[in-house]
Design a protein around this ligand. Structure first.
Ligand SMILES: [Zn+2]
Ligand SMILES: [Zn+2]
Length: 68
């Protein structure tokens, strides 16, 4: 079983095991499994770019775009 978690540092959404706590992208211990309002992130996994929580409107960014 996997659940969708978001890294608060780099903003990536990915499927993780429930016990995972470290971001696969940046290595920070900053994964959150739901929004501050309690909404789960299942809707976000296949979205790209900027998005917002459908319940509370909080800004939830997708993977950062590297543009240099
Ligand atoms: Zn990260
Ligand atoms: Zn929310």
């Amino acid at each position: 079983m996997t659940i969708t978690k978001r890294c608060a540092v780099c903003g990536r959404f990915r499927a993780y095991d429930p016990d995972d706590t470290f971001c696969i992208g940046c290595g920070h211990d900053a994964l959150e499994s739901h929004c501050t309002c309690g909404r789960a992130f299942e809707y976000a996994l296949h979205e790209a770019g900027d998005m917002h929580c459908p319940r509370c409107g909080r800004v939830l960014r997708g993977p950062p775009v590297i543009d240099e």
